[in-house]
Design a protein around this ligand. Structure first.
Ligand code: NAD
Length: 352
């Protein structure tokens, strides 16, 4: 075993169907009396229900969270938090809503209590992102790591089947890259392996029956492990490519699911141990092909051309992705990255 550094991140996790009922007690533990509740406009109803359970402990609701945290929205939410005298943010939603809570926490002392309703995993990371003038900047800061996370699979039953599938594959991508991270370690690798297993087993069941609470529970458990992996290990070529493509306006979870098997194929021969562990978790041979097959079975978009990528932008995306690459098992070079993006654009199954 190689020497390693393991950096455990402090957060309290409450997991299980119905665990949202513990929100008032968890706010007590944080000493919070005036919670600002955050959501997207689409999840207004869910946030209203949560607000009703809190009564006077809810200082207010801010329901304008948006993808990639536009800086104007962050500033507006910070102003509202201050005007209401909030002493805590409760985020109910996916990565966009958690991200807005993080933007508030970054410039205040407000703790975050996160209630994730997708599989994005942001709730377990000290990573934040803000978008200004079309440019997304990310950073790490201990202040933005939620103090408490309530994982209630019942709140994920309404996540549409297609979004569940791509969001779940987004989580698998965190696990995959943690397994070949330059700063990975054996503890995180265990979590990543188990995360892939839990998601690969549950996502096909969710596709067939979105109301399957057992499958939803397994998927959320996998997403939690994936979030820990994302927060603890440095991400590589796959996440860099998705970050770049996000800048072209492509949707987050779908971009991750489409690019993943191709990024894995790129790294396959340079990361044999990671591929072996992924194959073990999936109980299949040929890790990149098996991930592609899993996605094809979930019926999600398989081509970047399906989600708004323009062919004319492929070369520019490859150039940006190779200019300042993240550490990656295989050297990041323009020609093979361009070929990877062309394969992802056309939705070709990775060659075995
Ligand atoms: P999202 O939060 O944008 O949610 C997508 C849509 O699904 C929204 O309209 C939302 O309201 C809706 N939704 C969420 N949960 C639902 C539910 N249970 N039922 C019905 N509708 C529901 O999407 P996402 O993929 O979770 O997050 C993407 C964003 O998170 C991106 O901006 C990404 O960069 C960021 N992210 C950040 C980190 C980090 O560590 N900082 C990690 C992962 C993702």
């Amino acid at each position: 075993m190689k020497p390693f550094v393991y950096n455990g991140l402090p957060s309290r996790v409450i997991f299980g169907a119905g665990s949202i009922a513990q929100l008032p007690a968890e706010l007590d533990r944080l000493g919070a009396k005036r919670a600002l509740l955050l959501s997207t406009p689409e999840q207004k109803n869910s946030i209203n229900e949560v607000a009703n359970t809190l009564g006077s402990r809810c200082a207010g609701i801010y329901d304008k969270a948006a993808m990639h945290v536009p800086v104007e929205v962050a500033q507006d939410a910070r102003r509202v938090a201050q005007e209401l005298g909030a002493d805590c943010c409760v985020t109910v939603g996916g990565g966009s809503t958690t991200g807005l809570g993080k933007a508030i926490a970054l410039t205040s002392t407000l703790p975050i209590l996160a209630v994730p309703t997708t599989y994005a995993g942001s709730e377990m990371t000290p990573i934040y992102g803000l978008t200004e003038g079309g440019l997304k900047k990310t950073g790490r800061d201990a202040r933005v790591l939620p103090k408490t996370v309530i994982y209630d699979p019942q709140l994920t039953l309404t996540l549409p089947a297609a979004l569940s599938a791509s969001s779940g594959m987004n989580a698998i991508a965190h696990c995959v890259e943690a397994l070949y991270a330059h700063d990975g370690n054996p503890i995180i690798s265990l979590m990543a392996e188990e995360g892939i297993r839990a998601l690969a087993v549950s996502l096909p069941k969710i596709k067939t029956k979105p109301q399957d609470l057992d499958a939803r529970t397994d998927a959320l458990y996998g997403a939690w492990l994936a979030g820990v992996a994302l927060g603890a290990a440095g991400m590589a070529l796959h996440h860099k490519l998705c970050h770049v493509l996000g800048g072209f306006g492509l949707p987050h979870a779908e971009t991750h699911s489409i690019v993943l098997p191709h990024a894995m194929r790129y790294n396959r021969d340079a990361a044999p141990e990671a591929m072996r562990r992924i194959e073990k978790s999936l109980e299949k041979k040929d890790a990149p092909g098996a991930v592609w097959d899993l996605e094809a079975g979930l019926g999600i978009p398989m081509r970047l051309s399906d989600i708004g990528m323009k062919e004319a932008d492929i070369e520019r995306a490859a150039r940006i992705a190779t200019e300042a690459p993240y550490p990656n098992p295989r050297k990041v070079e323009y020609a093979p990255v361009l070929a990877l993006l062309r394969d992802a654009y056309a939705g070709r199954r990775p060659a075995g």
